[in-house]
Design a protein around this ligand. Sequence first.
Ligand code: ADP
Ligand code: MG
Length: 647
Amino acid sequence: MRRNDSVRAIKGVGEKAEQCFGKLNIETVGDLLEHYPRGYDEWKPIQQVSSVSEGETAALEGVLASRPTLKNFDRLKVLSADLQDASGAILVTWYNMPFLRSQLKMGTRYILRGKVGKKRGRLVIEQPKIYKKEEFYRQVGKLRPIYPLTAGLTNNMVIKAMEAAVRETEGLNEYLPSPLRKRQGLVEYKKALRQIHFPADKEELRQGRKRLVFDELFLYQLALSYIRKRGREPSSHKMEVREEIGQFVEGLPFALTNAQKRVFGEIEKDLTDGFVMNRLVQGDVGSGKTVVAVMALYLTALNGGQGAFMAPTEVLASQHYKNLCGMFADRGVRVGLLTGSLTAKQKREAKEKIALGEWDVVVGTHAILQDNVVFANLALVITDEQHRFGVKQREELFEKGREPHVLAMSATPIPRTLALVLYGDMDLSVMDEQPADRLPIKNCVVNTDYRPNAYGFMKKQIDAGHQVYIICPMVEESEESELESVSIYTEQLREIFPPGVKVDSLHGKMRPRDKEDVMERFSRGETDILVSTTVIEVGIDVPNATVMMIENAERFGLAQLHQLRGRVGRGDAQSYCILMRGQGDLFGVRQSGEELFALADVFEDAEILTQAAKEAEAFAEEDIRLLCAKNKRLKERVERYLGQVTL
Ligand code: ADP
Ligand code: MG
C-alpha cells in the first residue's frame, strides 16, 4: 500500500474504523503514520500490593478477597472489591462496568493492571484491566504507544492498524539531502517512523523523535524563509490617526500600562504609514493584549474598514465577543460573531452582514476562514493566541481581503531570539509589563500526598469568595473517554467537599453551547470549582479565580503549563498554582493536537530548532525551489506549512 491510499487499504480497517479515523482527521495511510503517540506505557513486572504508590500504573497478582459490591452514584456505577497478595490487600474499583460483578469470583487469582489512586485515605486500583498470565508476560519490558483516540476507536485498534502501516507502506523515501542528515546525526525517515511508534527502548524513541522533530522545524523554517522575503508592501488600507482613541482609553476602568501604550503606538504607526502591517504582539498571559487589539479594531472601524478577530476556540471567541460588545457599546461600532456552532440560518445572516459591511468587527473561530465568507472591506486581521494557528491559516485569512493588515497575538513566553526564528516574517512588539495591581502567582510543586492539604487550601479560598480551577488528569487508559475521566473526578470532588461547594466540569467533548453555559456560570461566580481538561487553556478570563491545580503536571509541556497557569492571577488578589506531580510511568512526547507542530516543543527542542533554522538559512530561495522540484515529497511538506503560497 502507498501513503496516499485510504486507511481502508489497511487490513482490518473497515468502514466503521474509517469513520472514526476521519474524526481524527486521518484519511490516508500517510495521515495515520503521522498520528504520533501522545505517550508510552512502560510495562513493568508484577509488584507487591504493599509497594505501590499513588499515581503509578501497577500490575498486581492476587486473590479476590471479598465479593464485589456495586454502588450507584448519579451517573456512575461503581464496582469494588479487595485484592489480596502475600504483602497485603488493596481496594479495586471499576466504573460503569456492572457486568463484571457476575464474572469476578471471590477466592480466584487475578492479574490486574491499572492506575493507583487514593480514596478516603486508602490506596485503590482504578479501572484495572484483567490479564491472562501469558498475555501479561508477553508485554513486560515493552514500551506500548498510547494514541489520541476518539469514541469507537480503541488503542489496540490503532496499534494494529499502525503496525501494518509501518510494515507495509511503500514509498516512505528519504527526502532530506543526505549530507544534511549525516551532519545533524538524523536517522532515516522510515526508520524514525518505526521508532516513534514502536520503540524497542527509550534510546530508539529519542532517535526517532529527534529526526521527526527536526523535520517539522526545518520544513517550517523553509516555509518561513519564503514569506520573509516579501517585506512590507504598500497598503490600500492606509488609515488616519483619530482622537476618539484617546477618549476610548479615558473611558476604560483602568489606566493603560506603559507597555500597552508603547505597543499600541507601534501598531498605530503601522496602520497609518501606508504599508501593510504584519506584526506579532508577544505578551505574557494577563499583560492585557485584548484591549490593545480592541483599540486597533476601533481605529480600523473609524477609518471605515472591517476587522476580523480570530480566536482558536469557540469559548474564547464568545468571551471576546461579549467583551467587545461591552467596550464598543456606546461607540457606534457594530460587532458580530461567526463560529462553527451557529445554526445554518444564523450563519447565513452573519455572512450577509459581513458581505454588506454591516458589521465593523467580526469575532470568530476558524469559521471565518471558510471560502464563502466574503468581506465588504477587510482591513485588519487579528489572530489571538497565535501559537495555535499555523502559517497556513494566517495566510488563508490574509487572502480574504486585499492585503489586510495582520496583527497576531501570542502569550508563549519565548525569548526574543526564539521568537525571531519562529515568527521571523513578522515585526515584533513585546508587552513586557503586567498591570500594576497584579501580584505574582505563587507556585508550588507537590506530590500526591499533599492532596488533602491542597483541597483544604482550596476550601479556604472558596470561603473567602474566590474560585478554583482543577485541570483533570489526562485520560490514561485508552478505552476510558475524556468524558468519563472528568466526570469521575468531579464526582469524587463532590464527595470530598461539603455540599455548599458547587463543582462543575468542562471537557472537549461537550457541545459548544454547553461549554459556554458552564463557562458563563463560572464567570458569574455561581460555580466554586471548575474541573476541566485542557480546553480551558486558552485565554479564559475570570479574575475572581485564584487557585489553579494541575493534576499530572509532569505530562504537560512548559508552554502549556504556562498557558494554564495564566488563568489565575488576573485580578488583584494573590493567586496560586499547585502543580501535582504524580510519578507516573507514562512519559509524554507530544503536547496537544492543536499546536503548530505535532511533535516539536519549542522549549524542549530549542537546540534542534536552532540547528534547523541554521540549516534552513543556508538554502537560498532558488535552492528551495530546486530541491523541491527534485523531491516531490519535500515540496509537499513545505507547502503544507505555506498554505496558499506555492513553490
Ligand atoms: P492577555 O494578555 O492574557 O490576553 P487580557 O487582555 O485578557 O490579557 O487582560 C487580562 C485582564 O486584565 C482583563 O480582565 C483586563 O480587563 C485587565 N487589564 C488589561 N489592561 C489592564 C490595565 N492596564 N490595568 C488593569 N487591568 C487591565
Ligand atoms: Mg488573551
